[in-house]
Ligand binder design. Structure first.
Ligand SMILES: Cc1cc2nc3c(=O)[nH]c(=O)nc-3n(C[C@H](O)[C@H](O)[C@H](O)COP(=O)(O)O)c2cc1C
Length: 338
């Protein structure tokens, strides 16, 4: 019998554990439908930004060169980056259009940095029909006066404010740069988060040595970025209650399988779709199905977290012991060349 790929994320029953991550990939009904046809379990819309909601015209992404690694044929499936601008009204209209056209859940995304009035837009998003809300709390801590406690309280405040406004489930997309993630995870659960998305992928600034300027760029990910996610999924799935989404570095069926074994309920995929188009989803699901059949897993629930911190046969692999062992093995390898 074919294994059951259904999963539960944020209390929503999804037909598969691959979902599209926040991006312009679903900015048209047509592209969203293609992804639904390829088998995604849900879609996360591109973000509506705090700056847009508070009527400031400056778009965070406007200064970013998104084109860099776009792959010709696959890119033609999806809206162009320059079209990636929706007013708050259009955003709500788009949610309604998608809800009427798709059968998979639609997760809206609000993206900001302060616990301010933009968070109240959550109730509009709910009214428009979104099944859940993802909050992307995106900022770079550059002020020395900002302590970890201040930063974490700010995120908690954003979640609590959204929670007061809506009944739909709320998830939080986190940055990798927190010093005590398990504790933060618990605090966000208490503030009302049903899910955590690991992780935000910051665009990185590079230096242009000819122009002597700083150039922000977004590069698509590769599977190597999955490793940070695997570690923290493994830890948080053992220490918290929130549903976990893996975001970053999922490109192949094996990446998807690893994310689930680490404890993810779903994998959010963006770069793989830009590189390969909707086929990336179907091939990941096919590979997952094959692997589950070979290993005798009947459903996702029974494999989720099988290699996490609590259940992995050698839990120290996630912690310090292997750090020392791995460094010694590199020494040995390097020593042979010198
Ligand atoms: C073109 C592009 C646009 C994106 N837009 C958003 C966005 O609006 N909101 C957001 O939270 N993340 C956004 N992201 C980040 C993705 O949702 C995701 O977290 C990141 O790309 C890592 O996943 P991947 O390795 O599958 O690409 C964007 C990424 C790309 C490449």
């Amino acid at each position: 019998m074919s294994p059951n790929l259904e999963t539960t994320y944020l209390g929503l029953k999804l037909r598969s554990p691959v979902i599209t991550g926040a991006s312009p990939l679903t900015q048209t009904v047509d592209s969203a439908k293609r992804l639904e046809d390829a088998g995604v379990g849900a879609i996360v819309l591109h973000s509506l930004f705090e700056e847009q909601v508070v009527q400031e015209q400056r778009m965070l992404h406007a200064a970013t060169d998104w084109h860099e690694d776009t792959f010709g044929e696959a890119a033609s499936f999806f809206p162009k980056f320059e079209e990636y601008r929706f007013s708050p009204d259009l955003y709500l209209e788009h949610i309604g259009n998608l809800k009427r056209s798709l059968s998979v859940p639609v997760i809206a995304s609000l993206n900001g940095r302060t616990p301010g009035p933009w968070v109240d837009f959550a109730s509009e998003v709910e009214r428009a029909g979104a099944d859940a809300l993802e909050l992307n709390v995106y900022f770079v801590v550059s002020d020395p006066a900002d302590t970890p406690e201040i930063v974490e309280r700010r995120i908690e405040g954003i979640v609590a404010r959204a929670r007061e406004r809506v009944k739909i489930p709320v998830s939080v997309k986190l940055s990798t740069f927190h010093s005590a993630l398990p504790q933060l995870g618990r605090r966000l659960e208490s503030a009302g988060a049903s899910g955590l998305v690991l992780f935000n992928r910051f665009y990185q600034s590079d230096f242009d040595l000819d122009a002597m300027t700083v150039t922000p760029r977004v590069r698509f990910s590769s599977s190597t970025e999955l490793l940070t996610r695997l570690r923290w999924l493994s830890i948080l799935s053992s220490t918290g209650r929130a549903d976990l989404a893996c975001s970053g570095g999922v490109h192949t069926a094996n990446d998807l399988i690893k994310a689930i074994l680490a404890g993810a309920s779903v994998a959010q995929v963006v770069s793989a779709l830009y590189k390969r188009g909707p086929e990336a989803v179907s091939s990941m699901l096919e590979g997952l199905r094959l692997w589950m059949t070979e290993r005798g897993y009947a459903d996702i629930d029974s494999m989720r977290g099988a290699l996490n911190l609590a259940r992995c046969p050698d839990a120290s692999a996630h912690e310090r012991a292997h750090y020392i062992r791995n460094l010694s093995s590199v020494d040995h390898w390097a020593g042979q060349r010198l």
